[in-house]
Each structure stands twice: as structure tokens, then as C-alpha cells.
Design a protein around this ligand. Structure first.
Ligand SMILES: *Cc1c(COP(=O)(O)O)cnc(C)c1O
Length: 398
């Protein structure tokens, strides 16, 4: 989609973020930014949102001590269990927040994009709960990889539209959703699934996901009597990671490590490691690190996990990277599969393949953590959806 430089000072994280969108979307984004500001302080909205997180999602999610992993690595490893949320991942926190906001805005139609299908399922779930019309855009390649989620969304009453353009993955689904939104902006809200896109999305999604870090902070203080040495999370668009990180940004003794998809090589097109392999650019409404060639043409990406397979990253992460407040590592497809087995065998938790990336490079990350130091790893989602694909990759017939 063509982009126009209509960025404003609002929604900037240093030189990153902003708002690069067609003129027609500005009123909707202004309305949204205004609603976000207002509802943040609206007691009725906050009470309803907290009630849904508690009684429907099942929050607070536990912070579980990983005893066997801790024994293996001689560090105190805690797991923030977003996999135990209703629908099986952190995505529901944001989907419910934005769906509730849509009701407050008086709109009745929701659109969303989805990669792994987790955000689509979370959005379809929130729409069923609140009685909103729902259409989900999903790349055809992702539909193939995540067929059960396609059926789940349809079960939940959503219309799923397959996207045939580009690499038929997440970025192409975002393009289609933006196209729909431009046309139907008066009646429709676009629930973006990660801390990405034009202002106010990165801030708004982060605020809805920050419940992860707020809970974790209280839980770790209660359990260990102090803050952790490091926080670890996988980074696709960056919403589960920023949700965990944000409440700790000012606690500078707490290291923050994001893990990106290293795919199956270091050449452009073989991975989705935006910090290691990308450069600063504008993509889908925001300024951040982008996997692009020398002409600024966005490149295809590859990852074993659909949820990390995206050529750009949330602008607040770009700022955390540029200011060195956070570090970002890459985890290859093969290492992610190792992480998948590691958590399953040592803790009895089959993680989402996205989450498995954080565990694939955990041994490497822990080398920089003092012996008996404390870390929190965000278990962003559960792996039921990935079992068939993992078996296929390992040549196991089901
Ligand atoms: C979507 C997804 C991710 C990646 O998205 P972020 O916005 O980076 O969090 C990670 N883990 C799971 C389980 C997901 O569904």
C-alpha cells in the first residue's frame, strides 16, 4: 500500500514509530488515539476490561518456577504462563481490550490480520463474546500451516479471507486488512495484533499487553523478594515482549532480551531477524527496522513459526535496541525445535513454536546471567497448534 509521510510527534519512540498512512486513515487513527487516551482513565471501561481479564481469560496468569530447567542451568528460571490464558496465548489480552474499545466507539464491525492464527482466534473469540461482526485476513501459506486455527475462527463465527498476494504470509494479510479499513473506516475497527503499525497502535497494544509485566513484577517480588536479573521473550511484532518488558524499562538493573526468528540462514529472505539483518525504514505505517534490500524493497522472510515471520518489528523495540536498553538475539529454526523439546521434556509444557525460540537460545542467554541469578521467560503461547508441523519437520508420521 502506498504510504504518505503524515507522521506526527505523537507515538514517536526516538526516531522510530510515527504515522505513515494514506490521508483517508488519519481521522480514524485520531479517533482511536483519542479513545485510547480517554479510556485509559475511564473507570467504567477499566473495570469491565479487568473483569474480562479475570473471569474470561483467567488472569492473573501464573509465574511458575521451572525447577528442572533451573537445576540444569544453575540459574533460577521462572515462566510467565501466558499459554494458560483462554485461547492459549497472550494475544487475547489485546484482542479483548480493542474489541471492548470498539463497543465503546459504537462500531459493530471488526477486521483483523493473522499470522499463526492466534490473533485471528483471539479476535474471533472477543467478537463472539461481545457480539461484533468479524472478518479475518490470513495469508494462504499461513492457512496451510495452521489449518486447525482457520476452522476455529470459523467455528467462532468469523469470516476468514485467504490472501494470495506476495509471500501469502502476515505482511500481506496486514496490507489487505488496511485496504478494507480505508474503505470501511466509519463502521469498522481494525484490531491490529501486535505492537506495530501507525500511532496509536504500538502504544495501545503495549498498554493492553503490559498486564503481563505488571503481574510478573508483583509475582517475582513476592516469590524471590527482588526483581529478576533478566527478562526473555520471543519477538515477532513484539507485543508479548513489550508487554513483559515495559513495566521494567526504568529498572535498569533488569536486562531485557528479545529473540527473533533466525530461520534457516543469514541471507535476506532466509530469516526474520530484523535487528541483525535489517535496516531503518518505513513499513506498514511505522518507522522501524525492516528487512529490505538496498533499494528499500521489502524482502520475503522465512521462519518455522508463522507468528514470527514478519519483515518489520514494533517501533518501541527499535528504540530499546538503538538505546541499548534491550538486546536482541536470533534463534534458528533448528534451535527453535531444540527449545520446543527442551521445555516439553524438562517442564511438561509444549510451547508454541514462537515461544520455543526463547528457549532455543536460553543456554546462550544464561551465560551472561550470574550463577543463581533470576530470569523470567515469557511463555507466550501453547504448542498444540504446532505439534503436527513439528512432527512433519522431524519426519515423524502422525
Ligand atoms: C503471535 C505470537 C507471537 C509473536 O507476536 P508478538 O507480537 O511478537 O508477541 C509470539 N508467541 C505466540 C504464542 C504468538 O501467538
Amino acid at each position: 500500500m502506498s504510504t504518505k509521510n503524515a507522521s506526527s510527534a505523537a507515538g514517536r519512540f526516538g526516531e522510530f514509530g510515527g504515522r505513515y498512512v494514506p490521508e483517508t486513515l488519519i481521522p480514524a487513527l485520531d479517533q482511536l488515539a483519542d479513545a485510547h487516551r480517554r479510556l485509559k482513565r475511564d473507570a467504567d471501561f477499566q473495570k469491565r476490561f479487568k473483569g474480562l481479564l479475570k473471569d474470561y481469560v483467567g488472569r492473573p496468569s501464573p509465574l511458575s518456577f521451572a525447577a528442572r530447567l533451573s537445576g540444569k542451568f544453575k540459574r533460577r528460571i521462572w515462566l510467565k504462563r501466558e499459554d494458560l490464558n483462554h485461547t492459549g496465548a497472550h494475544k487475547i489480552n489485546n484482542a479483548l481490550g480493542q474489541a471492548l474499545m470498539t463497543s465503546y466507539l459504537g462500531k459493530k464491525r471488526i477486521i483483523a490480520e493473522t499470522g499463526a492464527g492466534q490473533h485471528g482466534v483471539a479476535t474471533a473469540t472477543a467478537c463472539a463474546l461481545l457480539g461484533l461482526e468479524c472478518r479475518i485476513y490470513m495469508g494462504k501459506e499461513d492457512m496451510r500451516r495452521q489449518l486447525p486455527n482457520v476452522y476455529r475462527m470459523r467455528l467462532l463465527g468469523a469470516e476468514v479471507v485467504g490472501v494470495e498476494s506476495g509471500t501469502k504470509t502476515l505482511k500481506d494479510a496486514v496490507n489487505e486488512a488496511l485496504r478494507d479499513w480505508v474503505t470501511n473506516v466509519k463502521t469498522t475497527h481494525y484490531i491490529l495484533g501486535s505492537a506495530l503499525g501507525p500511532h496509536p497502535f504500538p502504544t495501545m497494544v503495549r498498554d493492553f499487553q503490559s498486564v503481563i509485566g505488571r503481574e510478573a513484577k508483583v509475582q517475582i517480588k513476592r516469590a524471590e523478594g527482588r526483581l529478576p536479573d533478566a527478562l526473555i521473550a520471543c519477538v515477532g511484532g513484539g507485543s508479548n515482549a513489550i508487554g513483559l518488558f515495559h513495566p521494567f524499562i526504568k529498572d535498569t538493573a533488569v536486562a531485557m532480551v528479545g529473540v527473533e526468528a533466525g530461520g534457516n540462514g543469514t541471507a535476506l529472505g532466509e530469516h526474520a531477524a530484523r535487528f541483525d539483518g535489517g535496516s531503518v525504514g518505513v513499513f506498514q505505517g511505522t518507522r522501524s527496522f525492516v528487512l529490505q534490500n538496498r533499494d528499500g524493497q521489502v524482502e520475503g522472510t522465512h521462519s518455522v513459526s508463522a507468528g514470527l515471520d514478519y519483515p518489520s518489528v514494533g517501533p518501541e523495540h527499535a528504540w530499546l535496541y538503538a538505546t541499548k536498553r534491550a538486546r536482541y538475539l536470533r534463534c534458528s529454526d533448528d534451535q527453535a525445535l531444540e527449545g520446543f523439546h527442551l521445555l516439553a521434556e524438562y517442564e511438561g509444557i509444549i510451547p508454541a513454536m514462537e515461544t520455543a525460540h526463547a528457549f532455543g537460545v536460553l543456554p546462550q542467554i544464561l551465560k551472561k546471567v550470574p550463577k543463581d541469578g533470576i530470569v523470567i521467560v515469557n511463555v507466550s503461547g501453547r504448542g498444540d497448534k504446532d505439534v503436527a508441523e513439528a512432527a512433519r519437520l522431524e519426519g515423524v508420521e502422525l
